[in-house]
Design a protein around this ligand. Structure first.
Ligand code: ADP
Length: 226
């Protein structure tokens, strides 16, 4: 656990640096985007306008995520139900799943209260499911299962997608490490950060061509809490 702890601290520090750089980038980015919009409205006929705008938008999204990383957010820890949070997240990605022709099933074997910040847990589920969807071929299924044992709530997410090589798996959670054309390699870093701020853990198994299985574990709420 000593090594794990060190890892978590390192991520926290990296997050702070990332956020301060993001903050510096945000101002010029906003200015450039604004000026470009203005010049378009004056019909100056800028070449590749749409491409430039969409790339600027992508930069803004990345910067936004970086800002969140280092910000000591006021977390609100409450007793929450994972299936409840999961239901909300599934609603959010329903359209993308439908468009991709991927079915998502959710079943609960056992569920207990966990003590968490609801928005952060939502982000964890969302990022993992988004990766599962990105990897999943049309007609395949993503399975979500909830189970509780040994003081932890487990949420398992299994896809039958492309899977990961050992090299990709070893680097997962490293900022900016992505294999996607439009990826930013921040999703799993955010997941790792949130799991450590919740004293939870994450386990990932993956095989190229077979799929990926992600388990996240949250400690159960103390019976007396709330
Ligand atoms: P991004 O999705 O922007 O690439 P992430 O940090 O969420 O950033 O993921 C990093 C990389 O991990 C992805 O680019 C992909 O290669 C790999 N990955 C994560 N989840 C999966 C999955 N379920 N199946 C296959 N590869 C995955």
């Amino acid at each position: 656990t000593k090594e794990k702890l060190y890892h978590a601290e390192k991520l926290g520090f990296a997050g702070q640096i990332a956020a301060s750089i993001a903050h510096e980038i945000l101002n010029p980015l906003t200015t450039v985007t604004g000026m470009l919009q203005l010049s378009e409205s004056r019909q100056q006929g800028i070449m590749h306008y749409d491409l430039i705008m969409s790339e600027l938008e992508r930069m803004s999204l990345i910067v936004g995520e970086l800002l969140l990383l280092g910000k000591p957010q006021a977390l609100q820890f409450k007793n929450e139900s994972c299936s409840d949070i999961m239901r909300e997240v599934l609603g959010l990605i329903e359209i993308k799943a439908d468009t991709n022709g991927v079915a998502i099933t959710c079943s609960s074997i056992r569920e207990e209260w966990i003590r968490c910040d609801r928005n952060q847990v939502k982000q964890v589920f969302l990022n993992i499911l988004q990766n599962a969807l990105d990897a999943s071929p049309r007609g395949s299924e993503i399975r979500v299962t909830l189970d509780a044992a040994d003081g932890f709530q487990r949420i398992g997410i299994t896809d039958r997608g492309e899977g990961m090589t050992e090299e990709v798996l070893a680097r997962i959670g490293e900022p900016f490490h992505t294999t996607k054309a439009k990826g930013n390699g921040l999703g799993m870093m955010v997941v790792h950060n949130i799991m450590s701020s919740h004293q939870g853990r994450i386990e990932i198994q993956s095989r190229v061509g077979e799929g990926t299985h992600v388990d996240v574990y949250f400690p159960l709420a103390a019976p007396a809490a709330d």
